[in-house]
Unconditional design. Structure first.
Length: 84
């Protein structure tokens, strides 16, 4: 649910179960302004990519591998390495 581009807040709301909590998380990450409605420059970048792209980006940052090395499972929102 809410896997596409431009659905960052909606997806996080669905994941945590509460819109106010999702807004607080995005604000703490620096993706949402204090008004709770306006994305920061970094938030706009994250909002423009899909859930799959965000998951692969997180995995790449954690491992130092390129994003193309990962496959994505939309049912679990998890990635795994497919290239060794």
């Amino acid at each position: 649910m809410f896997m596409g581009r431009g659905q960052l807040l909606e997806r996080l709301t669905a994941q945590v179960g509460d819109r106010k909590k999702a807004i607080a998380i995005l604000q703490s990450r620096g993706h949402l302004e204090a008004d709770g409605k306006t994305y920061t420059a970094e938030g706009m970048k994250r909002n423009k990519i899909t859930a799959q792209e965000r998951a692969k980006d997180r995995a790449a940052k954690q491992t130092g591998r390129p994003t193309k090395d990962f496959s994505y499972n939309p049912k679990t929102n998890a990635t795994r390495v497919v290239k060794y």
